[in-house]
Design a protein around this ligand. Structure first.
Ligand code: FAD
Length: 316
């Protein structure tokens, strides 16, 4: 039994989610190989070979793999898939784009968003927006799965490469899809998915001006990423990629501060695994308080400035 983990990277740096995917792969038992498919990404292959628990790194270098175009990545994964019992992707936008194509072409079912490995073919995954946990068993020859990173510890990286690295030839790609460009929002804050502290604002902020005036300085003081409820995003207070929840990002920081967020199940599913949850809401019956470790029943327009003043006092 051997598992192939598909590494996520930007040709320079290995994304932390790959470390979580390796942990999930190691729980399956058997050998763990990591595919680094990219262009001029040898630094990433070296980093992958330093992940504890990885036995081999497959490195494929080609210009067609420079931007992780799903169609091209699919061909590359399929070309290498034959010996593997499991093919593991992170449940990210990229992983969720490639994994179903690979599963369909292998004529197997995809097992999505696994949160626990029970045995090599039996897994847990959330359903109904996290209201229930399904135990699923695969009877397919190859298990193609996506892994919820927040449910698996990051594998450690060793000082030197323990795994062997093999260079593999790139395959021909369909050519009907090509990379044109990308428009990346520049942000000095930590990445929402990987931040240790997240401050999230909800509909109660009332306007983009209030959202920026309260959430941004609070996040600055805590070195936090900013998140938002869907209501706040839909109302235009925050950009789409800040949304936390079922149809947004799944986060599990050390500290999650929910401000003016009611705690609808679709929001909770994206943050309830956070280590410490703090909620500020003026309604004592708001459902967010059911998952909060610390709850403050207060008007956010009073409480947040007070909180910031208290942080300033602590610093002095
Ligand atoms: C298929 C589907 C997918 C969805 N996906 C997501 C998702 O990914 N993420 C997500 O967040 N939602 C999602 N939703 C929407 C979700 O159901 C809720 O509508 C949304 O989370 C509500 O956002 P909110 O808590 O900001 O707003 P509200 O529910 O309106 O809550 C606002 C809260 O602010 C409090 N409040 C008001 N004024 C103040 C004040 N001055 N001080 C303090 N507190 C105050 C109120 O008491 C209330 O609890 C989804 C819904 C569906 C149907």
């Amino acid at each position: 039994m051997t598992t192939l983990v598909i590494a996520e990277h930007d040709n320079v740096t290995l994304k932390p989610v790959t470390l979580n995917a390796v942990t999930a792969a190691a729980l399956l038992g058997g050998d763990v190989h990591v595919l680094v498919a990219g262009h001029e990404a040898s630094a990433v292959a070296t980093a992958a070979a330093r992940i504890a628990g990885v036995d081999k790194v497959l490195h494929v270098d080609d210009i067609t793999l420079a931007h992780s175009v799903a169609e091209n990545m699919t061909e590359q994964v399929l070309a290498l898939a034959a010996p593997y019992s499991h093919i593991v992707f992170s449940a990210t936008a990229s992983g969720k784009n490639i994994a179903p194509r690979v599963a369909a072409r292998l004529d197997v079912g995809q097992i999505s968003d696994i949160t626990r490995v029970i045995s090599p073919n039996t897994f847990e995954r959330p359903i109904y927006a996290g209201n229930a946990v399904a135990t699923v068993q695969s009877t397919d020859a190859t298990c193609v799965m996506t892994v919820r990173s927040t449910c698996f510890m990051a594998a450690t990286q060793t000082g030197q490469a323990l795994a062997t690295t093999e260079n593999r030839a790139p395959v021909a790609v369909p050519g009907h899809t090509m990379y044109v460009g990308q428009d990346i929002v520049k942000n000095n804050r930590p990445d929402l998915g990987a931040a240790k502290v997240v401050v999230s604002g909800g509909r109660a902020l009332g306007s983009v001006e209030h959202f920026n005036a309260l959430m941004t300085p609070l996040a600055d003081k805590l070195g936090a990423a900013v998140g938002a409820s869907r209501a706040a995003v839909d109302a235009g207070y925050a950009p789409n990629d800040w949304q936390v929840g079922q149809t947004g990002k799944i986060v599990a920081p050390d500290l999650y501060i929910a401000i003016g967020i009611s705690g609808a199940i679709q929001h909770l599913t994206g943050m309830k695994d956070s280590r410490v949850i703090v909620a500020i809401n003026k309604d004592p019956d708001a459902p967010i308080f059911k998952v909060a470790d610390y709850g403050l029943v207060a008007d956010l327009f009073v409480a947040v400035p007070e909180l910031m003043a208290a942080f300033d006092e602590l610093k002095d």
